[in-house]
Ligand binder design. Sequence first.
Ligand code: ADP
Length: 643
Amino acid sequence: MAASLVFRLHDKGPQLVREVLLERGWEEYDEGEREEEDWNLYWRGTAFRNSEFQKLLPWQRLNHHPQTVGITRKDFLARNLRRMRVAFGSALYHFSPTAFILPSEYTRFLAEYSKLRLSRGPSVYWICKPVGLSRGRGIFLFENIKDLVYDCSVIIQRYISNPLLISGYKFDLRIYVCVQSFNPLTVYMHQEGLVRFGTEKYSLSSLRNLYAHLTNTSINKFGPFYKAHKERVGQGCKWTMSKFRHFLSGQDINELLLWQRINNIVTLTLLAIAPTVPSCPNCVELFGFDILIDVKFKPWLLEVNYSPALTLDCQADITVKKGLIGDLIDLMNYTSKDGLREDAYHNCKSKSHWFPANKFSRVPLPLLSKFKEPKFLKKTSGIKTSQAQALPLIKSRHQPESSYQRRFRQRSYVSDLQRHLPPVDFSNINAAKGRIRNATDTKNYPNKTLNLKPRTVSRTSVSVVNRQTRPALARWLSDNRSLHVSEVTNHDDAETEAELQLPGETDVSSLIPNVPQRGLGFRRTAASWKLQNMHSGSHRQVSSPLGEAKALNGQHIPPLRAGNFIRTFPFNGATLKASQHKLDVKLVMLELHKLTAELASSKSDKTKCGRGGKKVVDGEEDFDSLLWGPKVPPLLSDCLKST
Ligand code: ADP
């Protein structure tokens, strides 16, 4: 029988991920029992090191892309959005409050503060947030600059002082966004997000009352009114997005336009970093976008969270987050069993005299430790990629190849591999490092992306990458800077900076929400596959999450949806094309602008889009998308028809 899928959790968390995967029949990685590479998914709350991305084997996936800190750290986000505003105009990029990074931009802040004070009087408010903290820690509001006190790097943002209120309570939206790939950019947004309330009535006369001004659960759950029944809001401080949709349906607004503007915020924010994120096809990332809506129904981006909280504090959390993780796993598109990993594993095990059973007996591999690099290799650091790929791969005596990697290299798994997961493309890195294959391997690996031996890169070799087609990757490597655990990002699930990671998870209920498969569900077109049912001990037939890849004019079309994840990018043929090869940011913006203008010109009442009886099967000639947001997400083409 083929091996179950195996997940690996860093620092024992998050508990919710464990629970969902175990319920799906996965096994948890045990480092005492298993080889270091014997897993399919490695999940951690903090960033992976460069070497972890480089060592990835074809059956393995990580829950972070490299180098996304450009949007997940408050000061980097402010800087990147400012850059985009300058490059592409403030009409598109007017969705984040004006921000200054202090102390370096103190003079600029002072100038803006003085200008506004003169023109608008004292009714302008500011919010100060330490860049290295999360979960509302260290945040305060001020109106007068004399109240601004800070002793670390902070960002000062214009405070959105006219938020939309529900029965007098402030709220913001937590939107879950999965970037399935940065290259080509492929984005899904989850229909079921969270609405997070302040627990005291909003008033500008009490700027110090954090329960009225901040919507973080980590703050409000300690507030005196957390458990009280609050008018319309109810107990606690969270709603599901479904409940919010119900609230919206009673408002006199163009609902579709609101959802599309939120959708635009997500896409435009990702565009700020997408061209510079190194390609890593085996990575998937879940971001938490925090959106505030003002009284004019304009959505504002407050921040992007790197590791959105997966703790379960209340029923809304259980309903939303369990479904979210399930859908995320579907989006990762695993097959039910991993014969590929198992095959490599068993082949290694049968050579037990050089393949130790567990980490305690692990010793340097004799074959590798005896290996001597031939002299000609020393000249290869500056060779061009194409030459390097044609040459044989020579193992380094300093960095022994793992037994998995060796076995994998010794056999041709190409066809298996293509059926399972997209290969990790490190060919350029390897070329830059002067890593080369032996003749046998070249025969076994017609697919050039299957170079499983990335190594650390020298300065010389980086320039080789530079001359190739991947300047972003070259820059990343030349920084020689791994995104260590200490990287400061907006986590709301874990401590940040150099703080220790705390598990901090609460116990979870075993209740799994019934995720509706509505509309144009992906399951309809899916191929069958087997998933072991752990409860009955038997196998049951279930659908493959994402089915077969479809193509439009030779371009791969990502599925419309996976559970409640709706594909929001690419959203039409033009953006599909623009996202292939080199991302055409300008063209994407044009398309977004066109779509939004069309939705804006639709009736200002609650426009309802019918399906118009049109049958669209994902991957067929019509490349269509669903509009993220509405209760029953309509097809974009139908929305535009009805305007
Ligand atoms: P943290 O990472 O500490 O959670 P956020 O930027 O998310 O920091 O801010 C915490 C909360 O403060 C938000 O959830 C929101 O309620 C409020 N907030 C933050 N920035 C603004 C702003 N510019 N205008 C209005 N409210 C804000």
